[in-house]
Design a protein around this ligand. Structure first.
Ligand SMILES: Cc1cc2nc3c(=O)[nH]c(=O)nc-3n(C[C@H](O)[C@H](O)[C@H](O)COP(=O)(O)OP(=O)(O)OC[C@H]3O[C@@H](n4cnc5c(N)ncnc54)[C@H](O)[C@@H]3O)c2cc1C
Ligand SMILES: C[S@@+](CC[C@H](N)C(=O)[O-])C[C@H]1O[C@@H](n2cnc3c(N)ncnc32)[C@H](O)[C@@H]1O
Length: 667
């Protein structure tokens, strides 16, 4: 199935400068006063003033909305939250949107509300990569976050793992948009509700009221806003019919009343991102690293590119890359002046027949703001250097210095870094993990995240993970006057980034045999060949034919890869026990087994980010924190399962054969 291109909203503007939907022939908000209507219908009739005032600081208050539109309801809710909630309370706003506004339209629409400007400026700054699937945003050091579900409402919500406190049912009038106000949607609202979840909507349509009642909400009519006669509110009073869900992918119950302290092993991008996501949720984190400094191994390259190997089909990997790229890019906006990141765009060159065939398919599947095909002269002009072939241009991509991102992520008072400490094994006693090193216990905590890449295999609890190291090397090529003309990242078989600190990072080799991390001059030479294939002209500008590979600097490390190219992120189970408990799957792969999964209490893993850690590891940190802090998940369930550590053992049981098949080079 080919991805159908995302359809943005087509906006008509009326004489007062207000947005109207051309497709639905309806207004985005009340012509009288959209902001007052938002406050009256959604905030007042979900009793958010009282509920915000009563919040404690444990889990975020969850508001979910149908129809993000111009984000007015979100901004009004955010503003109200800041005015009413105690300082340590948190808000998670989820909104589903089938036709997102273009950034320029959003900006124009939000100029109507000057009093929301401090908040709308933050939204606009992060309103990037609004692509199909889940797109996650963090504002105000994590006090407020937003997850946009881009797609059809009931379909997207069916993938959500959340418990909603208050629903905002917006979306155009039922008469103009009957497809959205469906029983399928109402049953999702009920599935995601808990006792006393409230809802409010501007409409009083009879079929909406009856549909919500049938789904389990007790409904009430109220006078409508402005000229509207009536509106509706509701409270969930139904019960959930327990439908079967695979226990091996269920949320593990957290150790009872744990102190909010986690130990994380490994200070590469996976460990640092996990530490960040927990720290902004109020957790104390002890981050343990065996090297004297953070980000010395795979995350130690001088430049890492935000490279998107997409498919024109909505595969799990493509969905994950879209969500991860969006999240990483938005994270960078928190430090937009930092000279160690550059969102300069990336040109993916059409360097062979396969790529030439793939690129038009991608161009048809995504919109031109996200990626667009260019001829060789157009690509050369953007790159600033002559290129012999056309390319796909990803304007939002670029490069980052991984160590700088790691440093910024752990710059938080809740995070304590312990370096030069090699963890040897983990023991669980008296509801605490004891993190053992050569000289005894390094730290203890009820929660542990194993984020030490390939070395996860050294711990008995994660030894069975099917991860493999793949050696790689990047070469630092001294910039020349002529090479400074390079303005974008260029990517073909290898990649090169614009100069940073007078060097260009050129990568990267793959060697499936080596497991050492010594620099090899042969691989330096190989990288220079890759450069020639990218651009003979740039090769010349860098005097690459005169460079001595023996004297070039570089960085060699081991990628950590899994068999299906997805990272491994989630709670860890005792695999021997799991195989025994679910052995019936060997006879019947569809058996609906009920035995609880034998989780190791409070143990999680974040690894196998392959060649794309800059894109997947930051979002993985949010996934883990959502499990550990018992919060709304930031990815659809299918993707959580596709990244889950248990997937391998379960597949082995179901197929009754070893699962691991190494696919060389395809990471
Ligand atoms: C040559 C090369 C080029 C690459 N280019 C790119 C790119 O352009 N873009 C991109 O997105 N990705 C790229 N990658 C992949 C990316 O670098 C990785 O996916 C990412 O860095 C993995 O991060 P990590 O934190 O999981 O692992 P690492 O960065 O390896 O971190 C693991 C950490 O755990 C520590 N550790 C291990 N065992 C222990 C222990 N027992 N006790 C204490 N500490 C321990 C290690 O010292 C290390 O610091 C590249 C990788 C390589 C090798
Ligand atoms: C009235 S507007 C929402 C206004 C918005 N809440 C705000 O604060 O600006 C309705 C929105 O619902 C979206 N929508 C309509 N049908 C949908 C569907 N089936 N699934 C998801 N979103 C839908 C529209 O694209 C539109 O952006």
């Amino acid at each position: 199935m080919t991805t159908t291109q995302l359809q943005h909203a087509h906006i008509d503007w009326n004489e007062q400068g207000q947005p109207l939907s051309a497709e639905f022939a309806d207004v985005y908000f009340s012509k009288q006063s959209g902001l007052d209507e938002s406050r009256y219908v959604f905030i007042q009739h979900n009793q958010l003033t009282e509920r915000f005032q009563q919040l404690d600081n444990s889990t975020p208050f969850v508001v979910a909305e149908t129809g993000f539109g111009t984000g007015l309801n979100f901004l009004a809710c955010w503003q109200h939250f800041l005015q009413q909630a105690p300082e340590h309370a948190r808000l998670h706003f989820i909104s589903v949107e089938k036709h997102p506004l273009h950034a320029a339209d959003l900006q124009l629409a939000l100029t109507l509300w000057p009093e929301l400007e401090p908040l709308s400026a933050q939204l606009l700054q992060q309103y990037l990569i609004i692509q199909p699937g889940y797109q996650h945003f963090i504002f105000q050091q994590g006090r407020v976050c937003l997850t946009l579900l881009i797609g059809e409402a009931s379909e997207q919500l069916s993938q959500l793992d959340a418990q909603v406190d208050a629903w905002f049912l917006d979306g155009f009038a039922p008469s103009k948009n009957p497809d959205m106000w469906s029983d399928a949607l109402f049953s999702q609202l009920a599935r995601l509700a808990k006792p006393q979840t409230t809802l409010a909507t501007f409409t009083s349509a009879g079929f909406v009221r009856r549909g919500l009642q049938a789904a389990g909400f007790s409904m009430q009519r109220h006078p409508g806003f402005g000229h509207k006669r009536e509106m509706l509110s509701g409270v969930f009073s139904g019960s959930h019919t327990a439908s079967w869900a695979a226990p091996w992918f269920a949320r593990p119950t957290q150790p009872s009343n744990p102190e909010k302290h986690a130990v994380i092993i490994g200070a590469g991008i996976s460990g640092c991102a996990s530490a960040y996501s927990l720290a902004i949720r109020g957790w104390r984190v002890t981050l343990i690293e065996r090297n004297p400094h953070i980000a010395q191994e795979a995350s130690g390259n001088p430049q890492g590119v935000l490279y998107l190997k997409l498919s024109a089909h909505q595969t799990n990997l493509t969905q994950l890359i879209l969500a991860g790229f969006g999240f990483s890019r938005r994270l960078l906006t928190h430090w937009s002046e930092n000279p160690h990141f550059d969102c300069c765009g990336l040109l993916q060159l059409a360097y062979n027949a396969k790529e030439q065939q793939r690129q038009p398919q991608l161009a048809a599947a995504f919109n031109p703001e996200f990626l667009r095909p260019l001829t060789a002269p157009q690509a050369s002009e953007l790159a600033g250097v002559p290129l012999a072939m056309g390319a796909l241009f990803y304007p939002e991509s670029g490069w980052i210095q991984p160590a700088e991102l790691c440093r910024l992520l752990i710059e938080h008072e809740n995070i304590k870094l312990l370096t030069k400490q090699q963890v040897t094994h983990l023991n669980y006693q008296h509801q605490q993990w004891h993190i053992q090193g050569e000289h005894g216990c390094i730290a203890q905590a009820p929660i542990v995240i194993i984020a030490n890449a390939n070395a996860a295999k050294d711990f008995s609890q994660t030894a069975s993970l099917p991860i493999k190291p793949i050696h790689g090397q990047v070469t630092s090529v001294p910039a020349t006057q002529a090479s400074r003309a390079l303005k974008t990242v260029l990517s073909a078989e290898g990649y090169i980034a614009p100069q940073h600190e007078n060097q260009h990072c050129l990568g990267a080799s793959f060697d499936f045999q080596r497991t050492d991390t010594q620099l090899s001059s042969l691989e330096q030479q190989g990288n220079l060949h890759l450069l020639h294939d990218i651009s003979a002209s740039l090769h010349q500008k860098l005097n690459a034919h005169n460079l001595n590979p023996e004297q070039l600097e570089g960085h060699a490390a081991l990628r950590c890869t899994g068999p299906d190219h997805m990272p491994i992120v989630g709670p860890v189970a005792d695999i021997q026990e799991l195989k025994l408990r679910y052995s019936a799957l060997g006879k019947d792969a569809r058996a609906k087994l009920h035995a609880p999964c034998p989780w190791y209490p409070g143990l999680y893993v974040n690894t196998a980010h392959g060649s794309r850690g800059m894109i997947t590891a930051p979002l993985a940190g949010e996934m883990l924190a959502a499990w550990i802090n018992n919060e709304t998940q930031v990815l659809p369930r299918t993707l959580l399962e596709a990244c889950h550590p248990n997937r391998f053992a379960i597949k082995v049981l179901m197929r009754k054969k070893p699962y691991y098949e190494q696919v060389e080079g395809a990471v």
